[in-house]
Structures are given as structure tokens and as C-alpha cells.
Design a protein around this ligand. Structure first.
Ligand code: NAP
Length: 305
């Protein structure tokens, strides 16, 4: 019997992964926050994935964090700001050889989780797949993409990559996952906050070329100083390419703010500013961007952390 995949968080990415693993016949269990969420889930009877307009429901069994079964493989699919506490609640259930796969965007939450469960192996993921919820327990697979997985502390690839293969989850084991996470964070810092402040789609930033270029220069300086020179390579050219290629899209931060949802700012721009401070780097435009974004969020009554 193969090892069960415990999926923590039945949101967009958690559902996208849980349904594909279940569809491949692999054992999956969904961990919901509490008994009320479990009852709501059980009343519906499964998770629905909408792909190419077709909806399929998978009867993935649910449980609460208090369930007694040990956990050997845990896919953490909460937002970055929820991951540490959500994992801490499961610490006593983790088997001695437990492995965690952390799907959180940005940086900071991965180290916080690892510190809470030092006995477990923590594997970080960087995903370009896109999904959104269009109802409770129902997720639309909106953008095909790719997943890079890696463990900065141990280059050995885990055996369960075969499960991802069987489930048609596109992936690659990456020796430089931290560089990938920093690169994605830098792209996010150069694009997402400005789309919120200028109230525009990604393509609208082509009218703010100088502002974007200045931010890219400061972000590249930060990456050089924190031992990530490869993540700084041609950053501005890639930012401009992304702005052009995704011109019609609203950034994830824009969508969070527009829908009055908490953003992951602390793990993106906030993390970049914190690391700059730690290195005593003066990056005035990046710092000013953070101040403007925090003020904007507060004005809208949203958390600024
Ligand atoms: P999401 O749709 O908001 O899902 C997060 C889920 O975590 C929610 O279902 C929430 O439960 C659950 N949760 C929070 N605390 C919990 C706890 N203590 N116990 C159990 N469940 C808990 O978020 P998402 O869009 O999937 O994003 C997850 C991460 O992936 C983020 O860091 C995001 O940036 C990253 N990411 C997302 C995408 C995408 O397309 N969505 C793409 C790339 C990266 P409730 O339902 O009860 O609130």
C-alpha cells in the first residue's frame, strides 16, 4: 500500500493537487481546519475540479487536525501566513520520517514551518500552475504550468516523484530551488505591488517603465547581496517580458485587494525589505514601495502584514 498524501488546506492549489492524485488512484486525505469545515465538506461529498469546462468530483476522505492517524507525507497548501500555525497543529502526528511539501508563494514561511517541525524533511515548491475557487469545495484549473521542487538541505530526490508522474502533475526536481523562489519573489515585487497602486492590469505597467526599471535595479542589487546572483540575471528583461505576456491579467495581489482578501505581502515585498535591512542595504524605492502598499492596504481596511 503506498503512503497516503495528506493535503492540508482544501483551497485552490490543495484541491488541484488532491484531485489529480486521487484521480490517479493514489491514497489522499484532506485535513480541514475544524469539525465545522469537515461537516460542510462531508455534506457535499467530495472535491470538484473543473478542467476544460468539465467538472469531476472526487470523494477524497476528509479529517480534522485531531485525527489520530500518523502523517508521513504532507502537502501544505495554505496561504503563507497560515502555514506555520497550521503545520504546528499537526506536529505530534508527524512520523519520524515525515516529509512536507510546501506550496507557499514567496519566502519566509518555509523557514518558519521547518523551525516548527525540525524532525521532518521540508521540500519547497515553486508553482506556475493557476487555479481559483468558484464555489465551496470546487476549483477551476485556470492555467497550466509547472512545478519545481527542491530541498536546499538535501539534494536527494524523494521517491514520491513517481506519484506526481502518475498523477500528471508536471514537475522537476530542482537543485536550486532557493534561486527559483527568489527569482519568482523578485518578479512578484517588481509587478504586483505596482498593479495595486496604479490600479491596473499587468500590461498597464508598460506606462510606468522607469518605475519598474528602478525597482528591478534595486531587486538585482538585493539578490547579489544575499547570495543569489543567478536570480538577478536579466531580471528587468524578464519582468518586461512577463508584463507583456500577461498584459491582460490582473496580478494575484491585485485580485486579493479587489476582493478584500488578505495579501501575502510579508512573504513577498515585506520579505525583500526585511532581508535588505538585515544586509544594511539602502534600497529607497523598494522601501518606499512597501510603505505605499502598506498605507494602501490599511486605507482599505486590509491587514498590512
Ligand atoms: P486558498 O485558495 O486561499 O487556499 C488556502 C486553504 O488553506 C483554504 O482552503 C483554507 O481553509 C486552508 N487553511 C488555512 N488555514 C488552515 C488550517 N489551519 N487548517 C486547515 N486548512 C487551513 O489559497 P491558494 O490560492 O491555494 O494558495 C495557497 C498557496 O499557493 C499560496 O501561498 C499561494 O500564493 C500559492 N499559489 C497559488 C496559486 C493559485 O493559482 N491559486 C498559484 C501558485 C502559488 P478555509 O477554506 O477553511 O479558509
Amino acid at each position: 500500500m503506498s503512503t497516503a498524501w495528506h493535503v492540508l488546506g482544501a483551497g485552490s492549489l490543495g484541491t488541484l493537487w488532491a484531485t489529480r492524485l486521487a484521480r490517479a488512484g493514489l491514497p489522499v486525505r484532506l485535513i480541514l481546519r475544524d469539525a465545522a469545515r469537515l461537516h460542510s465538506y462531508e455534506a457535499v461529498g467530495g472535491l470538484t475540479l473543473v478542467e476544460n469546462g468539465q467538472a469531476h468530483t472526487y470523494a477524497v476522505p476528509g479529517e480534522t487536525p485531531d485525527s489520530p492517524e500518523p502523517i508521513r507525507r504532507l502537502l501544505v497548501a495554505c496561504k503563507a501566513y497560515d502555514a506555520e500555525e497550521a503545520v504546528a497543529r499537526l506536529a505530534s502526528r508527524l512520523a519520524p520520517d515525515a516529509e512536507l511539501i510546501l506550496l507557499q508563494n514567496g519566502l519566509g514561511s518555509q523557514d518558519a514551518v521547518a523551525a516548527r517541525v525540525p524532525q521532518a524533511r521540508c521540500i519547497s515548491a515553486s508553482s506556475t500552475e493557476g487555479a481559483f475557487r468558484d464555489g465551496d469545495w470546487r476549483v477551476v484549473f485556470a492555467g497550466h504550468g509547472f512545478n519545481w521542487l527542491g530541498d536546499g538541505a538535501n539534494p536527494l530526490a524523494p521517491v514520491w516523484l513517481d506519484d506526481l508522474q502518475a498523477a500528471n502533475i508536471p514537475h522537476e526536481w530542482s537543485a536550486d530551488i532557493l534561486t527559483r523562489l527568489w527569482r519568482k519573489l523578485a518578479l512578484n515585487c517588481a509587478i504586483n505591488p505596482l498593479t495595486v497602486l496604479h490600479n491596473c492590469r499587468n500590461g498597464g505597467l508598460s506606462e510606468h517603465h522607469c518605475e519598474v526599471a528602478t525597482l528591478c535595479a534595486e531587486l538585482a542589487e538585493l539578490l547579489q547581496h544575499c547570495g543569489q546572483p543567478a536570480a538577478a540575471d536579466n531580471l528587468q528583461a524578464e519582468v518586461e517580458r512577463v508584463i507583456h505576456a500577461t498584459a491582460a491579467n490582473y496580478s494575484s495581489m491585485y485580485q486579493d485587494v479587489a476582493n478584500q482578501r488578505r495579501t501575502e505581502i510579508s512573504y513577498l515585498l515585506g520579505h525583500a525589505c526585511k532581508v535588505a535591512e538585515r544586509h544594511q542595504l539602502h534600497l529607497p524605492h523598494l522601501q518606499q514601495l512597501q510603505q505605499r502598499l502598506v498605507a494602501h492596504l490599511r486605507k482599505r481596511g486590509l491587514p498590512s502584514d
